[in-house]
Design a protein around this ligand. Structure first.
Ligand code: ITT
Length: 196
């Protein structure tokens, strides 16, 4: 079975990655499970650069096919903030309840049509022989007026999906994975790996 080792230390992401790639014939491992918890500075300016930085560092350390997810929330009214800084917004150790409240506050008085936002996910795959690929997928929505929902993680409770009439934290894991930035990016990567 082809092994795919993910350069992520984020348990919530890893749970979604496993759900999305289950039954695909790939053995999916986190870097911790593979015994090589690599830590790198994500100093790229785009999601693609950061995903490649993480996957390359792990590939160098382990010499197996590696992958990485770099993702975040772009809010149009805030010039696409927090963007690549989504995990670092207000500090890595600040709770998402506080981060979410801050973003809602910064959009106070802003009407529905100007609250557009998207989740972005870039997934990179790096092979020991030097081949690389990276792609990005998105999920469009709007910033809600209050937090709602207990599922998902991070900014999900404030990410309103007009077509569903709820936030991505109110979707079941299966529903979220079917339409999410991460679900779409990982399914596209899976196609690529199967054809390898
Ligand atoms: P790794 O780099 O170790 O993978 P990280 O949490 O630092 O973990 P990123 O740099 O890619 O990951 O930051 C992504 C952040 O964007 C994440 O911590 C969330 O705050 C947010 N985010 C990404 N996808 C999300 C999703 O599906 N739902 C809610 N928030 C999400």
């Amino acid at each position: 079975m082809k092994k795919l080792i993910f350069a992520t230390g984020n348990k919530d992401k890893m749970r979604e990655i496993r759900e999305i790639l289950q039954d695909t014939g790939l053995e999916v491992l986190s870097m911790k499970e593979a015994g090589v918890p690599v830590s790198v500075e994500e100093n790229g300016t785009t999601f693609e650069e950061n995903a490649l930085i993480k996957a390359r560092a792990l590939c160098k350390a382990i010499n197996e096919i590696t992958a990485a997810d770099d993702s975040g929330l772009e809010i149009d009214y805030l010039n696409k903030e927090p963007g690549v800084y989504s995990a670092r917004y207000m500090g890595e150790d600040t709770s998402y309840h506080i981060k979410n409240a801050s973003l809602i506050e910064r959009l106070s008085g802003v009407p529905d049509e100007k609250r557009t936002a998207r989740f972005v996910c870039a997934v990179a795959v790096v092979f020991p022989d030097g081949r690389e690929m990276v792609l990005r997928r998105t999920m469009e929505g709007r910033i809600a007026y209050e937090e709602k929902g207990e599922n998902g993680f991070g900014y999900d409770p404030i990410f309103f999906l007009p077509e569903y009439g709820c936030t991505s934290a109110e979707l079941s894991p299966e529903e979220k994975n079917r339409i999410s930035h991460r679900g779409k990016a990982l399914r596209a990567i899976r196609e690529f790996l199967i054809n390898e």
